[in-house]
Design a protein around this ligand. Structure first.
Ligand SMILES: C[S@@+](CC[C@H](N)C(=O)[O-])C[C@H]1O[C@@H](n2cnc3c(N)ncnc32)[C@H](O)[C@@H]1O
Length: 257
């Protein structure tokens, strides 16, 4: 399945800023939405882009995901104007957005699902696109959404790998993880932080998770990793669980009655 692109270099600064404004306002308008899952085992992919697996609820703030569920004509228009065409044909793009579940949502507002509703939450190469305080808030909200004993898996560029590039003289390559050329660029693709395992462990434990562990590529408790994990050489993979004894706020309120 294709790795996310969607940043065509041919966009002018004007058209890029129009698309960014629509995405931002659509995020504001939809910030209170809640998706009620029907499946027994609920799996949520945050910042999915187009890197999806069957049966998952894919949450993304890109305008492409806003087209999901619409007619092939509308999805085709989005393909024509909002993708770089490098990874998928038009038909593949239409099929992907028609057959999978997408929720258009800005993750800076949290996770658009009810309390204790998800068994697995997965997020790959997306958390570092949020400012660190927003990423911390997102992890806390993901804990709210997970069922007790549920698992979160986070994949992010590995800061240790980036520094190792620099140390072995690959300066330009290392610096690309922090800085960009001046050409128009989707606001959702700006990187706002980078993490190593220790930082990620602190964030997860700070949010209330336990059993924080570093995982190998496509190894872990999370299902469908053969479809979801990508970029093995540059990525830090971490899993953590919602404590079994953790009780959501409703449980706590009920216990005090
Ligand atoms: C680099 S892509 C990663 C896509 C995919 N998860 C993968 O592993 O290849 C980052 C994705 O995060 C999404 N994203 C970034 N910031 C977001 C935000 N604030 N809310 C929702 N989605 C966001 C982007 O739209 C994009 O699809």
């Amino acid at each position: 399945m294709a790795v996310n692109g969607g940043n065509p270099a041919e966009y002018s600064h004007f058209s890029r800023s129009v698309i960014d404004s629509i995405e931002r306002w659509s995020g504001v308008i939809h910030r209170r939405r809640r998706f009620t899952p029907a499946a027994q085992i609920v799996k949520v992919n945050l910042g999915s882009g187009l890197q999806v697996a069957p049966g998952w609820i894919n949450v993304d703030g890109s305008l492409r995901t806003l087209a999901a569920g619409h007619s092939p004509f509308v999805i085709g228009l989005v393909y024509r104007f909002l993708t770089d065409h490098q990874n998928l044909s038009r038909d593949e793009f239409v099929a992907l957005l028609s057959k999978n579940t997408f929720v258009h949502y800005d993750l800076k507002y949290g996770v658009p699902l009810p309390d204790s509703s998800a068994d697995f939450i997965f997020t790959s190469h997306s958390l570092h696109h949020l400012y660190r305080d927003k990423a911390q808030a997102l992890l806390a909200d993901a804990l709210r959404v997970l069922k007790a004993g549920g698992t979160i898996r986070i994949a992010v560029p590995n800061l240790e790998y980036i520094f190792s590039l620099y140390q072995r003289g690959e300066r330009e390559h290392a610096l690309k993880y922090f800085f960009y050329p001046s050409e128009p660029r989707n606001q959702l693709s700006w990187r706002h932080y980078q993490y190593d395992f220790e930082l990620m462990r602190q964030m997860l434990e700070g949010a209330g998770y336990d059993k924080v562990r570093r995982c190998a590529y496509r190894q872990g408790r999370t299902p469908d990793l053969e479809l979801l994990d990508n970029r093995p050489h540059e990525t830090l993979f971490v899993e953590a669980d919602k404590p079994l004894e953790a009780r959501d706020e409703l449980d706590r309120a009920a216990a005090t009655l």
